[in-house]
Design a protein around this ligand. Sequence first.
Ligand SMILES: *[C@@H]1O[C@H](CO)[C@@H](O)[C@H](O)[C@H]1NC(C)=O
Length: 953
Amino acid sequence: MMARSRLSSSWTLLFSLAILLGCLVIPGVSVKHENFKKCAQSGFCKRNRALADDVSAKGTSWSSPYELDHTDLHFENGQLKGTILKTVSSPQKVKLPLLISFLESGVARVTVDEEKRINGDIEIRHESQARKERYNDAQTWALIGGLDLSKSATLSAETQDGFTKIAYGPDNSYQAVIRHAPFSVEFQRDGQTHVQFNDKGYLNMEHWRPKVEVPAEGEQDVLGAKEDESTWWEETFGGNTDTKPRGPESVGLDISFPGYTHVFGIPEHADSLSLRETRGGSGNHEEPYRLYNSDVFEYELNSPMTLYGAIPLMQAHRKDSTVGVFWLNAAETWIDIVKSKADTQTHWFSEAGQLDVFVFLGPSPREISKKYGELTGYTQLPQQFAIAYHQCRWNYVTDEDVKEVDRNFDKYQIPYDIIWLDIEYLDDRKYFTWDPLTFPDPISMEKQLDESERKLVVIIDPHIKNQDKFDISKEMKSKGLATRNKDGDIYEGWCWPGSSNWIDCFNPAAIKWWISLFKYDRFKGTLPNVFIWNDMNEPSVFNGPETTMPKDNLHHGNWEHRDVHNVNGITFVNATYQAMLERKKGEIRRPFILTRSFYAGAQRMSAMWTGDNQATWEHLAISLPMVLNNGISGYPFAGADVGGFFHNPSKELLTRWYQTGIWYPFFRAHAHIDTRRREPYLIQEPFRSIITQAIRLRYQLLPAWYTAFHEASVNGTPIVRPQFYVHPTDEAGFTIDDQLYLGSTGILAKPAVSEEATSVDIYIADDEKYYDYFDYTVYQGAGKHHSVPAPMEKIPVLMQGGHIIPRKDRPRRSSGLMKYDPYTLVIVLDKNSQAEGSLYVDDGETFDYQRGGYVHRRFHFDGSSLVSEDIATPGPQTAAYQKTIASVHVERVVVVDPPKEWQSKNTVTVIEDGAKASSTASLEYVVQGDGKAPYAVVKNPNVGIGKTWRIEF
Ligand SMILES: *[C@@H]1O[C@H](CO)[C@@H](O)[C@H](O)[C@H]1NC(C)=O
């Protein structure tokens, strides 16, 4: 849910009135640009861009003032240590400690810090407060491993010739070439340079300097130009003044990808998957891509503007190679992108902190996913229910309302798993309470949901109503657990409850306290089927600068908010995650948390959604590249509000949105408080039935979805994948971001996202046959678009030949009720009559899978027999889990485009491991005309899903 608009203090009265009257004005359709900074309104952005312009203008007559002190270089245990000297003005040099770590994984990490000077030359106004150090703790929140140092990396040449070269990576086939003066680094793979640091010379570490009250006349910088000091010590935007006790301290660097024409990543932006140039020109952006987590009101499309979350991971891609960089910095960050003929040059700058960059040399997108995940963690394997359909709106207004909605889904036989409560369930907007008038009996509501294995999600935000008689407010303040303002007092701002304070989850004591609030005896009215939505955690502050916290606020450890802003949101999710684990001793279930704000690492704890979108066709369309981009950036559990949050969708738009939303890993409908009710059963026919069919398709494919989630949880692959990721050598597909592949299943969907569509053009990269999911119409022909019918009632989706897709075909009320349902396997043969697939199943709730409590099968069809083989790694829980699903069978095998000879067959032979004798099952061969492939159905082969078996055709 959104901040209504930024409110100056004179607006606060109006705002409280609006709440009192419950009259929330639906605002206009365009973002309030004046609320958010453009580069020219951000001091450090302007300075770094100006530097880039100056350097470019000077060309070869300019040399970067950074040089490596070659007399002081040490290479040991996979790390190169040294000092970069920045010439400030002759003879003054600033020392910047450099550490280049070569990791066992083949990833290189370059860290540049600034020497802490204690001789008084850095003047800090708030002596005992803002910490005089470059923030180096983003890793605590973002990283969980992958930092083992390489044992084989070697110094491969002497340092005399002005270069230091280190061989590293697999078989030492990578090389880092470090030039001493000016300092630059080239990262090579197999003798070719793929990534360059400071090749353009934009490296910039604004060193700390004393504040001189009257700026020296004509003081010159290294460029020989007068530096723009106007925003060094103070900066005002929209009536808010940001004081900067440490002065200017931004870090900037150019990172070039020679030979690469596409770059992807750096979510979150409402833009195409392939990132655009940012220095103007036709079709390009004028502004750099910005990463500064914000509650952007009515966000704009095809824009580099910042949104709610930030993942500073970028990958560069070309026909035969993918490489990437991860810029680990929690401060406000901007990224310029410029492309020349065959190269992409990027320019990164952050307001504060260390320079800390990881370099991945690929060579494929999968390796980027894998290596990045080793560092920041993989997607938490969610509970089964979490990947089913979520029903949300602002708001279900009473507990009776919730029960009624629940009954209606059953009445109309529409499956759903989770119903959500937005802020109106609260007593006076106080978290951990229930409105006594509208939600007098939450327990009976939760019990009713539990009868069909359904769940409730309630919203809990980081702003705590500032009220003495509210025990949680009192505790937080008296224990010193709130974020402080620049003067060290408890920070107060405006949010949903009116005057609020913010929990500071950087503080371990705050996390401990937060955990205590979720215990069942403390958070009254909650049962184990209640889960949590963390919203507004950018944090959103209605009367704050850019709708967030002042940058000079202080967090635990005296770090400024400036230093930590982009990780702030995940510290709150982390605390909630731990709280959900510890609700009750002995009752350990996988937490489910939805977060709006995120940073690298959030995938370990939560799902995300793209925030407050609008009920327009354009917003529907942009949701695909946004979700895909999150997927390739390590955070695939992503979705957009189905139906659009603001405004009322037409029936057609709503229906198309469901048909699209079933392909989001996180599939939730949501709506603004001022919109009309739009639960699917309220929509008139034929739309109701069409939406029902779409949701049922999601449920039918839940086994495939869960398997894809499992894959993401062990190797970081996206759950839905863009074209370039699946076909990395097919250049014509690199910019395609409106069709997607579900995991490794070969399912290729292209939702219809325009009004009155009757067909879509699906791009096929290879010469395999692709089959319509529903009627097996064949599409074949590499490197071109194929028109696939998409009348209202039809979801355009194909299956690539060569795959085996697990399904559950019996419609149920919820996924929980499908747990022991039998499976259908769909075998789609490739050109050589082969197919392969896999299935991962576990209890869908606990962590037993970590001790072997799961089933993992590989299915293979070799032309004449279908085999199920075990690919699990057994553990102490394996046998116990196997037992629970001993009775779960395969009830149907469908073979699409089977050999013609099968027409004369009536039976197949079934051989199950451990069975005394083989058995037979019936085979039916169905011929279709009209471009539709024939198919064969094996009825009830009756093999156990967890067993090893073979079916001979
Ligand atoms: C939460 O943060 C702590 C560090 O404060 C870390 O040890 C823990 O692994 C984090 N939890 C998750 C799920 O990432």
